[in-house]
Design a protein around this ligand. Sequence first.
Ligand code: AMP
Length: 282
Amino acid sequence: MIVTETRRGLSEALSAPREAGSRVALVPTMGYLHEGHLSLVGLARADSDFLAVSVFVNPLQFGPDEDLDRYPRDLDRDLSALRAQGVDLVFHPCVDEMYLSGEPRITVDPGEMGRVLCGAYRPVHFRGVLTVVARLFGLFSPTVAFFGQKDYQQLTLVRRMVQDLELGVEVLFGPTVREEDGLALSSRNVFLSPEERRDAPGLVRALALVQEAFSRGERSGAALRHILEQEAGSYPRLRMQYGEVVHPETLEPVDPVFSGSVVAVAGFCGATRLIDNRILEG
Ligand code: AMP
């Protein structure tokens, strides 16, 4: 496994697979890897000749009051896990290497789709995400890139960006990997106290109740949102930030709701912000 911190090292490592016309896969991450990240790496491994992973905590996607400084990191552990998965190349630049001249002047505006759901509460977030993803696509020119369903809005925006800007990268996604009690794996789960950890699966239970109601024939967006709010609101340490049923591609609220609509939810458990979603079936 080649490990490099520099753009030069990256370009050298990519020259042979490029010349050979290999199918190059990229899995972008912010590190502190868990089974959710590694499942994407596994999918990417099976679908590529040359597999690259980036580990970069992107300051552009954190707001001024967010947890950039506290964001967990453990590069040595990440590298061992990636080595075990048969990854070919890991790029982990420092901020100066990634953004050569400080903050980039040109950034990617996600438009209205970046102002709904999480974007309504994290105004700079998706601009930061799309800017770093566009830059990674420029650096790697991957054939295919993998993202998790867990960050549904991010996945949708990246797909839209690739389409609207004709970036020529295939975007595939992997399902959300969960703890036994349903809590979606997240690098931020380490911040939960034992009491908060007990209440955190309230979000996924609320999503399951919405699916049950939908399966019974409920099609009213307002009624399904109410079920979501009631269930998520019944856990003392969980404070729901938003719960919406949206169109899977435009992220606009849908009412009546149809199969394939996405239920997206975010909340705070103590000081830790959690998100989750479910694509309605049936
Ligand atoms: P992050 O390091 O949080 O930026 O995540 C890197 C990639 O892993 C993103 O595409 C996430 O959507 C994905 N990911 C994060 N958590 C999970 C999970 N529990 N299951 C599947 N994919 C995940």
